[in-house]
Design a protein around this ligand. Structure first.
Ligand code: FES
Length: 135
């Protein structure tokens, strides 16, 4: 029975599930970190429905990286656009849980949806200038 500990704002929340028995809630790959969170009431955000098209579900694996599915090329490509990327980063919607892990939500992806953010992948300098932003 894999155990997933989420660290959110420094507080730990641990859930567990029976492999193969978790109802698929269509949030990323079945039994992915995001799927586990959405099934068990852990507030992990997502902006693309778990289709590997944003980085809102970015998590940093503090323990148990070996208990996750291998990273596929599409996850690696998308993850490259994540804020505050680390060598322990994964996309919650793509990393399938196979054993115990500890996953921390980074500060700047955690609140992305709650703050009403739109997906801004590769925002151009021209768009930034039109919005009145400066470098
Ligand atoms: S929810 Fe969008 S990439 Fe995971």
């Amino acid at each position: 029975m894999p155990k997933v500990t989420f660290i959110i704002d420094g507080k730990e929340q641990t859930v567990s599930f029976e492999s193969g028995q978790l109802p698929y809630s269509h949030h990323g790959l079945p039994e992915s970190i995001l799927d586990v969170a959405k099934n068990l009431g852990v507030p992990v955000e997502h902006a693309c429905g778990g289709s590997c098209a944003c980085t809102t579900c970015h998590v940093v694996i503090r323990q148990g990286m070996q208990n996750l599915s291998d990273m596929e090329e599409n996850e690696a490509d998308r993850l490259d656009t994540a804020w505050d990327l680390t060598t322990e980063s994964r996309l919650g919607c793509q990393a399938v849980v196979k054993g115990d892990i500890v996953a921390e939500l980074p500060m700047y992806t955690r609140n992305y949806v709650q703050e009403g953010g739109a997906i801004q992948l590769g925002k151009s300098d021209r768009a930034a200038q039109a919005a009145g932003e400066t470098k």
